[in-house]
Design a protein around this ligand. Structure first.
Ligand code: FES
Length: 116
């Protein structure tokens, strides 16, 4: 199995308001970067597991985003929908460097792609 990974710089922490988000397109996959109130930066597939709502347009409470369409709650750390709903989205590893740059770890089909 191919376990190659690559880290790609995708912006700066200052580019995202606290409890806000930013959208990226990586090789055709839309990814949402969220900045939590505790400062953590998390990255998930920007598509609700229910009916495809754009999660980056949802309200963030702690580590959870509320989908703007039907209010499913998605845990941004695990990618899992919270009870009573069922579903999961992909999560991506992020890292913030000392200078505030955000790096996204890409694997599999996303390797070699540019983030925009
Ligand atoms: S599309 Fe997200 S809750 Fe329905």
């Amino acid at each position: 199995m191919n376990r190659e990974t690559a880290k790609v710089r995708v912006g700066r922490v200052d580019d995202i308001d606290p409890r806000g988000s930013r959208r990226l397109n990586v090789n055709g996959l839309e990814i949402a970067l969220f900045r939590l109130s505790d400062g953590d930066i998390l990255a998930v597939e920007n598509r609700c597991p229910h009916k495809g709502g754009v999660l980056s347009e949802g309200m963030v409470c702690g580590p959870v985003v509320h989908c703007p369409l039907h209010d499913w709650r998605i845990d941004l750390r695990s990618g899992e929908a919270l009870d009573p709903d069922k579903g999961c989205i992909e999560t991506f590893e992020t890292e913030v460097s000392a200078d505030g740059s955000i790096y996204l770890t890409l694997t599999g089909a996303l390797l070699g792609a540019d983030a925009s």
